[in-house]
Ligand binder design. Structure first.
Ligand SMILES: Cc1cc2nc3c(=O)[nH]c(=O)nc-3n(C[C@H](O)[C@H](O)[C@H](O)COP(=O)(O)OP(=O)(O)OC[C@H]3O[C@@H](n4cnc5c(N)ncnc54)[C@H](O)[C@@H]3O)c2cc1C
Length: 414
């Protein structure tokens, strides 16, 4: 793989851009791999990358039924933060945030990580107490957050109206090194690095069955034929229940559509991410100038990867209370992705009842930020059978009642 650099850009500019290579090889499936990962979203690709990078396992295929990054990874609003309440969550999200800091250099691919700061507004007394508690927990966990006053909020976000008609801003949880990254670039960067290690990323290859011998996985059936493997990782977000059924077990997961939208582009007005969990909306400004807006998940289970008009109306109406300037903007487009929700709003990174088969899912509305950390931990789990970062996130916790409850602290957990 040729490295990207300022010199390469200059050289190509002078020679008509004819020397660029494909970012990743177009691969066809081999008969057998040591590891197959199902799902070429961020989590699947990061898992493959760290399997190679950390454990030297490179006889790996990543199978994708559509196109690489075309699931939730390419549909999210790109918020990165690690201000979670429970210790295991703070550990994996903070590991992830820290990996994001140097991911562009590590992958030699600009993922446009922008640590512009994330504000979570407290608009009720209950939220004030909750976020103060999170700030104290974060201090113990080594996560750098702080509860700030309304005056400080106004200084960071001048366009905000502190005295909303229903919910005045009473303060905020502030994580200065949270922010955003370019979602497609994260998937593309990992894919390019995996391909460079000799791994096969096979698009348009849907897994239609999981082969077993007794209690052990032996391979998968796909639309491109059967493929054998020693180990199998299911990393398919909203389709995890479907794959689990193929493997013969059930997951405590619900699949629902989560929607987002963008406005027309405007000049820079806001250089941080703001989340308003009481009114249920959040917003940042993209590098192109669009206001990137997200709201809540659909109230019913479904597999429709679409946006809907009433969601646009509800979310924008809610945000206008705190950001009146939004009422003057045209909304350009909206979309949806199928997110995988667990009861405690924490992920599952676990062995499964089928030997050799592992599952990484349940990231729900907030897994983009976790991609590097999840890949780091899940690769270790698949390679060694255990990993410190993932050990609290097993399937057993639902049977044993060891929930990692992030539903309150994380609020709208994007
Ligand atoms: C609107 C929206 C906003 C969001 N905002 C944020 C945010 O701001 N911050 C944040 O941290 N998170 C956010 N999220 C959540 C985040 O996007 C996801 O948690 C994360 O992208 C999940 O990544 P993944 O790799 O697990 O799944 P995906 O990216 O969905 O990848 C799974 C892949 O598996 C493939 N697949 C499924 N079935 C099969 C099969 N049978 N065979 C082969 N391949 C298959 C799919 O095609 C898909 O490409 C948001 C999500 C949405 C939808």
């Amino acid at each position: 793989m040729k490295r990207y650099s300022a010199f390469a850009v200059a050289r190509e500019a002078l020679t008509g851009h004819r020397g660029w290579e494909r970012a990743w090889r177009r691969a066809q499936p081999k008969a057998r791999y040591d590891v197959i990962i199902v799902g070429a979203g961020g989590h699947g690709l990061a898992t493959a990358y760290y399997l190679g990078k950390r454990f030297g396992i490179t006889n790996v295929a990543v199978l994708e039924k559509g196109w690489l990054g075309g699931g939730n990874t390419g549909r999210n609003t790109t918020i990165i933060r690690s201000n979670y309440l429970q210790d295991p969550s703070a550990a994996i999200y903070e590991k992830s945030r820290a990996l994001y800091e140097t991911l562009s250099q590590e992958l030699n691919y600009n993922v446009m990580f922008s640590p512009r700061g994330v504000l979570m507004l407290a608009q009720t007394e209950h939220e004030v107490r909750g976020y103060r508690r999170t700030a104290h927990a974060n201090a113990l966990q080594g996560v750098d957050t702080r509860f700030i006053t309304p005056a400080e909020v106004k200084k960071i976000v001048p366009i905000i109206r502190l005295e909303g008609p229903r919910y005045p801003v009473l303060g905020a949880l502030w994580q200065a090194r949270g922010g955003t990254a370019r979602h497609d670039a994260v998937a593309w960067g990992y894919a390019r690095a995996c391909s460079a290690m000799g791994m096969d990323i096979i698009q348009q290859c849907e897994v239609t069955g999981i082969r077993r011998d007794g209690g052990r996985v032996t391979g998968v059936d796909t639309t491109k034929g059967a493929i054998d493997c020693d180990k199998l990782g299911l990393v398919v977000a909203g389709h995890s229940g479907v794959l689990a059924e193929m493997a013969g077990f059930r997951l405590p997961i619900e699949s629902v559509a989560l929607q987002a939208l963008v406005s027309e582009p405007i000049k820079p007005v806001m250089d941080c991410v703001v989340m308003a969990n009481t009114v249920h909306g959040y917003m940042s400004q993209s590098d192109k100038g669009e206001m990137v807006i997200g709201g809540g998940a659909d109230g019913y289970n479904n597999y429709t990867q679409r946006g809907s008009f009433h969601h646009v109306e509800e979310t924008v109406r809610a945000l206008i209370e705190t950001f009146p300037m939004l009422s003057r903007l045209k909304m350009l487009r909206w979309w949806g992705g199928i997110v995988d929700m667990t009861g405690d709003r924490s992920p599952i990174l676990s062995k499964t009842p089928l030997d050799g088969c592992f599952v990484n899912c349940g990231w729900g509305t907030g897994g983009f930020k976790a991609i590097p950390g999840s890949g780091w931990g899940f690769a270790e789990l698949m390679a060694k059978g255990h990993a410190p970062l993932t050990e609290a996130f097993t399937l057993d916790r639902f049977r044993e009642g060891r929930f990692i409850d992030e539903s309150v602290a994380a609020g709208v957990a994007h």
